[in-house]
Write a protein that binds this ligand. Structure first.
Ligand code: TRP
Length: 332
């Protein structure tokens, strides 16, 4: 029997999960459950590169896990775990810092952006974050790493570091491929269709756990375009706001752009926007209800993250032991 290919990704529990995380990432993970051997984690260690409120971080980490499951990630078929529970991440992270160059880290656009945004806290972890991310990935020897466009540079650095290590010590790491969703799968902000949906622009961002009336309000106020056409037509270059709403509507209803154009022919944006809102509300309703139910069952959640960490550690440890041996650490 062929071994399944390995897929791995993580999301930082630094904010609540939103429609962009769901349609752009988690939904695709769910669809690939059977095809791959999957590892998905809450990247809590990454979040502390920016100051966090401890109680919020703890709450959001567990909520994120409950929401992963509610979105359809079956914990029996996907290894779901909390990054800080698998100590091999920190250990390999340290090793890989010693194989990542200062110049490489200095070129990371996320470091430049975040250090411009948090001038009072440009800490060492923010700078070496890509080495930890490389460790997150390489520990599991994945074939594919599904990430957003913004993480492509980190994935490329991961490949460079892995290749550098392999060229010194032989084949230790599999060189992973980033797996970037096509443009249509990228959800843009409702108030700013030129940048991706983000919690930093809350009025343009629909959270998975949000109340239906708030979701409706956000869709009603979504920026369509300042063309006078007032016509639902897919033209991302000239009508990015409408195209974004169409791509959301298409993702949640499964309808093609042509079918959507026909459905709303002659209707204008005044009818279209609330219809997208309704469709999103109905798509998120079962997820919200299921996440609420799971979150109330602390014992179940604990079972899931403990079993996940155990399985992840087992795999991660194999890689870490090999690395330690290669670099000359005495076996314990
Ligand atoms: N850096 C990623 C982000 O901010 C999160 C992340 C951490 C990640 N480690 C990872 C993603 C490993 C994929 C693989 O979105």
């Amino acid at each position: 029997m062929d071994e399944k290919k390995v897929m791995l990704s993580g999301i930082q529990p630094s904010g609540d999960l939103h429609l962009g995380n769901y349609l752009g990432a988690i939904k695709n993970w769910v669809d690939r459950t059977e095809e791959f051997d999957n590892y998905y984690f809450m990247a809590d260690m990454h979040t502390i590169t920016v100051r966090q409120n401890p109680a919020d971080l703890r709450r959001r980490t567990l909520e994120q896990l409950a929401q992963y499951i509610a979105c359809g990630l079956d914990p029996e078929k996907n290894t779901l775990f909390i990054q800080s529970h698998v100590h091999q991440h920190a250990e390999l992270g340290w090793v890989l810092q010693c194989y990542t160059m200062f110049g490489e880290l200095s070129r990371m656009t996320q470091f430049k952006d975040k250090s411009a945004k948090h001038k009072e806290n440009i800490n060492g972890g923010l700078f070496t974050y890509p080495s930890l991310m490389a460790a997150d990935i390489l520990l599991y020897q994945p074939d594919f790493v599904p990430v957003g466009e913004d993480q492509k540079q980190h994935c490329e650095l991961t490949r460079d570091v892995a290749q550098r290590f392999n060229s010194i010590y032989g084949d230790v790491f599999k060189i992973p491929e980033p797996y970037i969703p096509k443009a249509g799968a990228r959800v843009m902000g409702l108030t700013a269709p030129d940048s991706k949906m983000s919690k930093s622009m809350p009025e343009g961002c629909v959270f998975l756990m949000e109340k239906p009336e708030d979701i409706q309000r956000k869709f009603k106020r979504a920026i369509t375009d300042s063309d006078t056409e007032n016509c639902v037509h897919y033209d991302p270059a000239n009508k990015p706001g409408v195209a974004n709403l169409m791509s959301i509507y298409s993702a949640v209803t499964g309808r093609s752009y042509e079918a959507i154009e026909q459905e709303f022919a002659g209707c204008g944006y005044g009818k279209f926007k609330p219809a997208v809102g309704d469709a999103v509300v109905e798509c998120l309703r079962p997820i919200r209800e299921e996440a609420t139910r799971i979150l109330a069952d602390k014992a179940y959640l604990e079972n899931v993250y403990k079993a996940g960490a155990e399985k992840a550690s087992y795999v991660a440890n194999k890689t870490l032991r090999k690395v330690y041996k290669k670099i000359g650490f005495v076996a314990r």
